[in-house]
Design a protein around this ligand. Structure first.
Ligand SMILES: Nc1ccc(Br)nc1
Length: 446
C-alpha cells in the first residue's frame, strides 16, 4: 500500500474520543496537539530517512552522539528574542527543577564538548538524530515536534569545516535523487552584519538580537523589521546600512562595500572555491539576506531551499564559535547544521521521490493443525537463526487466510508444517512468486 502521510499522522479533526455510545468516551485516541503518530507505513519512511542521514554522516567520518530530550531550561535562556526560546516547552519538574523539552540539539552537543574538556580529541565530528519540541500557540496550528539530523564539527576555525558540512548535505540530496535544479543552498556570513554594525558603532551585545530581527525579513513586513531594530536602539542610518548590506547580490559587491580584507569576503571566496573543488558549486547561492534565526551564529550561515520556493527552509546551520563561552566554558570553533524530517518529506512527495516501502518477511510459517504447533515453532526459530525474517502464525487458521497473510507481509515463502510431510522429515514450501511448491527436507530449508 502506498505510504500514508509519510511525515507521520497528524492529529485528526474532531475530539477523537471513543468509548460509550455517542462518541463522548473517556479516551482521546489522537496524539497530543502538534504531534504525530507513526503507523508502520509511516515509521518505514522515517527509518529510511534516518538511515540515509546516518549513512551520509558515516560516509563523512562522523560519530553518532545522543542526549536526553529533557534538558535544563538554562541551556536555552538566551534573551535575544529568538522564536526558538520564546516557544520553549518548559516546566518545573517534581523536584522543583526548571527543565525543558529541547527545541534544538546544539546546546546539548555543547554540553558534551564541555564535559570532555581537554580530553576531547579535536576536531570532533559528531552527528545526532533527535526529536525537538516547541510550544507553538494552538492558533498557529503548526507542528510542535519534529526530528532533526545534526552534524557538527568542533575545533576547526576555517571554512573547510563548513565546506564539509555543505558537501554532506549535497550528498544527502543526491542520494535521494534531488539535484541542483530542485534544491539549493543559500550561503552568507554574519560577519557581514558584524562589519556593518561596527561601522555604525553598534555595541557587540546587540549583534545577536539584530540578527534575530533581521532573520524575520522574509516573514514580516520590512516596516516591522525597521521598527524592531529601532526599538533595539539602532539608529536610522545604521538600519539603512544594514538593509542595504543585506540586499547585496554578489560577493564582488560585498567586497566593494566591505573591502577585500574583510573576513566575510575572505570566508565566502574560500567557501565558493572549495565548493568548486568538491564539485557542488552549482548548488550554492550567495544570499546576503541569509542570517538564520539563532542568536549564537558568528560566521558563515547557510540554509537549504527548494528552487520552486513553495516550502519553508529544508535545513539550516552555521558557525557558532562563542556558544561554549556562554555556558561558562572555554570557547572552541564550532560549526554545524540542523535538518528536519518534515519539509524534506513534503519535498520528496512533491517530486515523487518518496520510496514505496512495504512490510516484507522471508517466510510465513504455519502448522497445518495445532498438533504440530511446537514443530512449527522450532522451524520458525531455525529459520530465524539462519537470518530469515519469519512471521509465525500463532493460532489455528485456514490455508486461505495464510495466503492472504502471506500477501499482506509480502512473504517470499509459505512454509506449512503438515502431518504427512512431517512424518517423512519434510515441510511443504510454497514459493509465492513462482507459485512453485515442494516438500523440502528440514536440513534444506535455508
Ligand atoms: N525548534 C523546533 C522544534 C520543533 C519544531 Br516542529 N520546529 C522547530
Amino acid at each position: 500500500a502506498p505510504a500514508a502521510a509519510p511525515a507521520g499522522q497528524d492529529r485528526k479533526a474532531g475530539s477523537g474520543r471513543i468509548g460509550e455510545a455517542g462518541g463522548r468516551g473517556l479516551v482521546d485516541i489522537n496524539p497530543p496537539r502538534g504531534t504525530r503518530d507513526f503507523f508502520p507505513e509511516d515509521k518505514r519512511v522515517q527509518n529510511w530517512l534516518f538511515g540515509e542521514w546516518a549513512a551520509v554522516s558515516e560516509a563523512f567520518g562522523f560519530e553518532q552522539v545522543d542526549f536526553p530530550v529533557l534538558e535544563s531550561e538554562e541551556l536555552y535562556v538566551r534573551k535575544a528574542g529568538e522564536e526558538i526560546t520564546d516557544q520553549l516547552y518548559n516546566f518545573e519538574d517534581k523536584g522543583g527543577r526548571r527543565v525543558a523539552l529541547r527545541p534544538e540539539l546544539t546546546p546539548s552537543l555543547a554540553r558534551l564538548v564541555l564535559q570532555k574538556g581537554k580530553g576531547l580529541a579535536l576536531p570532533a565530528k559528531w552527528f545526532s538524530i533527535g526529536q525537538c519540541w516547541r510550544y507553538e500557540r494552538a492558533t498557529r496550528g503548526r507542528r510542535r515536534e519534529h526530528y532533526q539530523w545534526n552534524m557538527d564539527i568542533v575545533g576547526v576555525a576555517g571554512v573547510e569545516a563548513e565546506s564539509e558540512l555543505l558537501a554532506a548535505i549535497v550528498t544527502f540530496f543526491q542520494r535521494l535523487g534531488l539535484g541542483p535544479s530542485d534544491v539549493g543552498l543559500k550561503v552568507s556570513s554574519r560577519k557581514v552584519l558584524q562589519a556593518v554594525l561596527a561601522r555604525y558603532g553598534i555595541p557587540e551585545a546587540s549583534f545577536g538580537p539584530v540578527c534575530v530581527i533581521v532573520d524575520k525579513m522574509e516573514k514580516i513586513p520590512r516596516e516591522k523589521v525597521v521598527e524592531e531594530l529601532a526599538k533595539l536602539g539602532v539608529a536610522a542610518d545604521a538600519i539603512e546600512g544594514i538593509l542595504q548590506a543585506l540586499a547585496i547580490k554578489t560577493v564582488e559587491e560585498l567586497e566593494a562595500l566591505l573591502g577585500a580584507d574583510n573576513h566575510a569576503v575572505a570566508d565566502l571566496r574560500q567557501l565558493f572555491s572549495l565548493a568548486a573543488a568538491y564539485g557542488y558549486a552549482d548548488w550554492l547561492v550567495f544570499d546576503a539576506s541569509v542570517v538564520r534565526g539563532l542568536a549564537y551564529y558568528t560566521g558563515v550561515v547557510f540554509e537549504g531551499f527548494d528552487r520552486a520556493g513553495t516550502l519553508r527552509a529544508i535545513c539550516g546551520g552555521g558557525r557558532y564559535d562563542k556558544l561554549l563561552g556562554t555556558f561558562g566554558g572555554e570557547d572552541q570553533p564550532c560549526t554545524g547544521f540542523g535538518f528536519g524530517d518534515a519539509v524534506i518529506v513534503e519535498l520528496l512527495k512533491d517530486k515523487k521521490l518518496l520510496p514505496q516501502l512495504q512490510h516484507t518477511v522471508d517466510d510465513l510459517v504455519m502448522p497445518q493443525d495445532e498438533s504440530l504447533r511446537t514443530e512449527a515453532t522450532a522451524i520458525a526459530q531455525r529459520l530465524r537463526a539462519a537470518g530469515r525474517r519469519v512471521d509465525l502464525v500463532l493460532e489455528p487458521k485456514r490455508l486461505k487466510w495464510a495466503f492472504k497473510q502471506a500477501e499482506r507481509c509480502n512473504a517470499a515463502r509459505l512454509v506449512l508444517v503438515a502431518p504427512d510431510e512431517w512424518a517423512k522429515g519434510t515441510v511443504r514450501v510454497k514459493n509465492l512468486a513462482s507459485r512453485e511448491e515442494a516438500d523440502v527436507p528440514l536440513d534444506q530449508l535455508v
